[in-house]
Design a protein around this ligand. Structure first.
Ligand SMILES: O=P(O)(O)OC[C@H]1O[C@H](O)[C@H](O)[C@@H](O)[C@@H]1O
Length: 536
């Protein structure tokens, strides 16, 4: 690490060790704070004022960003350099939503093929919708080939849109068992979404549904119901997908950044092409901001810096994502992969141990549901958990009172985390209820809220394809910035490989009468017990 970067890290951690570094309430004495710590990009407003970022801390963090060369790294990504060094690949998901001619890898115009594929997808959707034969689309895929499209289709689907979308990800047969009863094979289009077309769970389900189609319609007709979304065109052919129903993309699209590629076809089929196009346009709008805004105005970078402050400065090891919008119910699940698969790393790009904490645990649920499950821990647990609270000003329904209640709750959570509740207030409340002094004192510690717990509010004017595209791209770029700040490769995922290999080795041992392999005693005993319970 360059000397200046080391010094910048020390400056940040030094500021975090100062007394009162995690306090937020005193900073709120400044009436201009909300305005000064609120930024906008496109339609999204991000209020960072309910964190303990002070002017001094922010300046130190911006210095860290400069010392780590975050914006230079951004430009290297945009130039199509192979910044995913452990896989020798460029990282060009921005090309998927960018204008023609805007992105290259080496000599190749990356955008040309993107636009060709988009045109083929558009024409395919138009044909499917015009014929009206298919009412349902099943997307078989897992991880990045499931979470993004599923999240977006759930957020954007409205009554009256062209098709219903279903997402089959888990190899657990119960998933298909629960889904299949509502589907008519004659009216169902099956998309096999897999970047590699080798993922075991996806291929198992793909075979299951191909058999289902063939059993009901015959082999010749079944082919017309199969679509493949993949970079592995050879494998899609071998699987029996007609060539004109294969939509490709390149290895410079990471799985968790692939909803903008052919992997997003289910969104376009279910919601209509215009919706998918608007989603891409929204993401492009955020790309333009990310690529042009200077450090101090760059929203993805500022959110990344707040995360560095929380994780490395103050030692907060997790973050909650709370969309106050039921349509964004799968948004936390999508971010779990985007953030934790990208930033759950412990060595630098150069292969050395990262000398500090990296990606936090990310989890979430929509509000207000979250309030009635895990928010207790955010308010009174031992370690603060920064929260991202996503609010949408205008709903797409006419139930005004519900929406006001939803917004009131989202605002109240952020306010409660910040202000807390001290003994004077709690005592006064209990006294007003006429409680006995001993009872008041006994209950008092349980009813105190420490306060000074950080949250970031993201405010969208409304939720549609364009604003959703902006929101998702904002987090994608935030992840990029964190990768650059921590010097880790945010674009590989070697950590998922070992489990896959061991599952492959275990699989034959679960067959009746199979020979047991060599395992630790715990695994050996569990295999024996499972075989006994299964009668094999
Ligand atoms: O799209 P696929 O090749 O089937 O991969 C699906 C998913 O599985 C892998 O194991 C990775 O962890 C994910 O990044 C990927 O999105």
């Amino acid at each position: 690490m360059a000397h200046s970067a080391e010094a910048a890290w020390e400056r940040v951690t030094g500021l975090a060790r100062e007394a009162g570094a995690s306090a937020i309430r005193p900073l709120m004495a400044d009436p201009s704070r909300a305005a000064r710590f609120t930024r906008r990009a496109g339609d999204i407003l991000v209020d960072l004022s309910k964190t303990s970022l002070s002017d001094t801390v922010l300046e130190a963090l911006l210095e860290l960003a400069r010392a780590q060369g975050v914006l230079a790294a951004r430009d290297a990504m945009a130039r199509g350099e192979a910044i995913n060094a452990t896989e020798g690949r460029a990282v060009l998901h921005m090309a998927l939503r960018g204008p023609r001619g805007a992105f290259r890898t080496g000599q190749e115009d990356a955008s040309a093929e993107v636009h060709e594929t988009l045109e083929a997808m558009r024409a395919f959707c138009a044909r499917v919708h015009a014929r009206g034969r298919f009412t349902d689309v099943v997307n078989i895929g897992i991880g990045g080939s499931d979470l993004g499209p599923q999240m977006a289709a759930r957020a954007l689907w409205r009554h009256g849109m062209p098709m219903r979308a279903h997402y089959l990800s888990n190899v657990d047969g119960h998933a298909w068992e629960a889904m299949r009863h509502g589907l008519d094979p004659a009216r169902t289009l099956v998309l096999v979404a897999s970047k590699t077309f080798t993922t075991a769970e996806t291929m198992a389900n793909a075979h299951l549904l191909r058999d289902w189609l063939r059993g009901a319609l015959g082999e010749a007709e079944a082919g017309a119901h199969l679509v493949a979304l993949s970079t592995n065109l050879k494998a899609t052919r071998e699987f029996g997908v007609p060539e004109e129903q294969v939509f490709g993309f390149r290895d410079w699209v990471g799985g968790r950044f692939s909803m903008w590629s052919a992997i997003g076809l289910s969104i376009a089929l279910a919601c209509g092409w215009d919706v998918f196009a608007a989603l891409l346009a929204g993401a492009r709008r955020m790309d333009e901001h990310f690529l042009s805004a200077p450090e101090a105005e760059n929203l993805p970078l500022l959110m990344a810096l707040a995360e560095v402050w929380h994780v490395d400065g103050l030692g907060y090891g997790s973050r909650a994502v709370l969309p106050y919008d039921e349509r964004l119910a799968r948004f936390p699940a999508h971010l779990q992969q985007v953030e934790m698969e990208s930033l759950g790393k412990r060595v630098t790009l150069g292969g050395l141990p990262v000398p500090r904490a990296t990606g936090p645990v990310v989890f979430g649920e929509p509000g207000t549901n979250a309030q009635h499950s895990f928010m207790q821990l955010l308010h009174q647990g031992t370690t603060p958990v920064p929260a991202d609270i996503v609010l949408v000003a205008r709903p797409d329904h006419g139930f005004e009172e519900n929406h006001r209640e939803l917004l009131a709750n989202g605002l109240a959570q952020a306010e409660a985390l910040l202000r807390g509740r001290d003994a004077t207030e709690v005592r006064a409340e209990m006294e007003a209820k006429g409680m006995a002094p001993e009872a008041i004192e006994a209950l008092l510690p349980h009813r105190l809220f420490p306060g000074d717990r950080p949250s970031t509010t993201l405010l969208l004017p409304h939720l549609d394809a364009n604003t959703l595209g902006q929101l998702v791209a904002l987090y994608e770029h935030k992840v990029f910035c964190l990768g650059a700040l921590w010097s880790v490769n945010a674009f590989d995922q070697w950590g998922v490989e070992l489990g896959k290999q061991l599952a492959g080795a275990l699989l034959p041992e679960l067959a009746p009468g199979a020979k047991a392999g060599a395992h630790d005693p715990s695994t050996t005993a569990l295999i024996a017990e499972i075989l006994r319970l299964r009668g094999g």
